[in-house]
Design a protein around this ligand. Sequence first.
Ligand code: 1GP
Length: 236
Amino acid sequence: MLYEQILSARKECKKLLAILIDPDKVVMNGISVLTKKIKLSPATHIFVGGSSFNGNHLDEIIIKLKSEINLPILLFPGNPSQISAEADGILFLMLLSGRNPDYLVEHQVNAVPILEKTNLEIISTGYILIESGSETAVERISKTKPLQKTNAEYIAQTAKAGELIGNKILYLEAGSGALNAVSEEIIKEVSNRISVPLIVGGGIRSKNQIDAAYSAGADLVVIGTAFENNINFFDN
Ligand code: 1GP
């Protein structure tokens, strides 16, 4: 069970790292180059998803990834067309920072008939978008505003509400390619408030930032753009 593994890692103080692959940005014959690099990296998970991807070739991409690398593959979908039975699990997202019913319940309802035909492990995830300096794809596509980064108390309150609603994981998101990553102060405030695992992603571009997020309380850090832009990111 993927969720159980995340909980055990947490108990053992083992920090986790996911590499995010945006299916819109990979070409089939480039996957082997990526997987070679991922194998040499500290990655413990692969996330697959993107805000605008329409699901084309998703199965193929995941089958190829799985044939080359032995890490759990979790879907990180922007909408129900990004569900593939080939993955191991799915972060079943609720956009808690927004007030758009489509991303709070509508997409989830529409996803059910698709999910029922799969054996994916479904992990209820409270997804919280934090202001990061400029408009991000999540903000544009979900038509929601991020939470203000100056209001750490309200962000923590939102995360706690997610936990009380039943989210198994909380995800603090600055947005892909964000100018500023989620601050250590916010990560600390949230991790002190919740008792479920915490994912942090968006705009993290250095090993120091990864370590700082872990020290502040992140259990799993997500790296997308930094690895997309430089496949040698994890070298040394
Ligand atoms: C985006 O949190 C992820 O949803 C990763 O963001 O692409 O900025 O690493 P980056």
